[in-house]
Design a protein around this ligand. Structure first.
Ligand SMILES: C[S@@+](CC[C@H](N)C(=O)[O-])C[C@H]1O[C@@H](n2cnc3c(N)ncnc32)[C@H](O)[C@@H]1O
Length: 259
């Protein structure tokens, strides 16, 4: 079990999920939109919508987007983002990914970006996505991931994530994701690795997670002393001003429910 719930973490840190955070993950958003095959009649569900970046990007392409999240503070940010964008076809609702508060077969698409690593059960989320999708409906997901067959990288990355944010559960490998999606009955259409174009910088990343004091010092030490395979995988680079830049590996996938 995580040491802090996502609700606690994101109610506390909601204001940090701003344009800078979204710039670190713009590539995954582009990938999802490209693979969504949105139509003007579609109803999409954005699970763990957070501050609403994905929901707001999908809304102009479809009839309606529902954004769901466990954090009331994140949903306030999302509503404000939709209002500022002048969009009226978004609804935001409180609820958990593992128990979606919707009837069966009501959505044409379900999207989930950069959130599944917080879920208590990704298999439950994927089974719920299957239930609420109409036959032929699409599941699109993107998240930070670990390379297959790289246990040292996997252990190091998940350890620093938990130190920084106690609501982190696990970044999964592509092999684990394939198992979750096909195990729920979906047909997997595409799985890609996405490299975001804007590197993350450590001071800002720690601040967004609310990580301070000894935990922050330990995370910094782990980056500076990262084994060479880890440093190479995440392009960890010491910067002249004492900050550290890095890039997480992101997985993006599209799947559909058989018609
Ligand atoms: C990084 S933010 C998501 C970003 C958003 N999907 C986007 O694309 O801009 C992670 C979000 O996941 C939400 N979350 C974590 N666990 C959840 C769960 N089990 N069910 C629903 N939301 C959850 C958190 O409250 C937080 O708002």
């Amino acid at each position: 079990m995580p040491s802090r719930t996502s609700q606690e973490q994101f109610d506390r840190q909601a204001a940090e999920y701003n344009a800078q955070w979204n710039a670190w993950s713009g590539g995954s958003l582009e990938w999802l939109i490209e693979h969504a095959h949105c139509r003007p009649s579609h109803k999409w569900l954005d699970v763990a919508t957070g501050a609403g970046f994905t929901a707001v990007a999908f809304a102009p392409l479809v009839a309606e987007v529902t954004g769901l999240d466990v954090s009331a503070a994140m949903l306030r940010e999302a509503r404000e983002r939709a209002r500022a964008a002048g969009l009226a076809n978004l609804v935001f609702q409180t609820g958990a990914a593992e128990s979606l508060p919707f009837p069966a077969e009501g959505f044409d698409g379900v999207v989930c970006r950069l959130a599944a690593h917080h879920f208590l059960s990704v298999p439950k989320f994927v089974a719920e996505a299957y239930r609420v999708l109409r036959p032929g409906g699409r599941l699109l997901a993107a998240d930070s991931a670990e390379p297959d067959d790289a246990p040292e990288v996997d252990a190091w990355h998940n350890h620093v994530e938990v130190l920084r944010d106690g609501s982190h559960v696990r970044n999964y490998t592509p092999a684990e994701w394939r198992g979750f999606v096909t195990g729920a009955g979906f047909v997997l259409d595409e799985v890609d690795q996405v490299r975001e174009s804007v590197p993350i910088t450590m001071r800002a990343w720690l601040k967004k997670g609310g990580c301070r004091g000894e935990a922050a010092a330990e995370v910094r030490r782990l980056f500076l002393e990262a084994p060479s395979e880890v440093a190479r995988t995440f392009s960890i680079t010491a910067m002249p001003d004492g900050d550290i830049s890095f890039q997480w590996v992101r997985i993006a996938l599209s799947a559909h429910k058989p018609a």
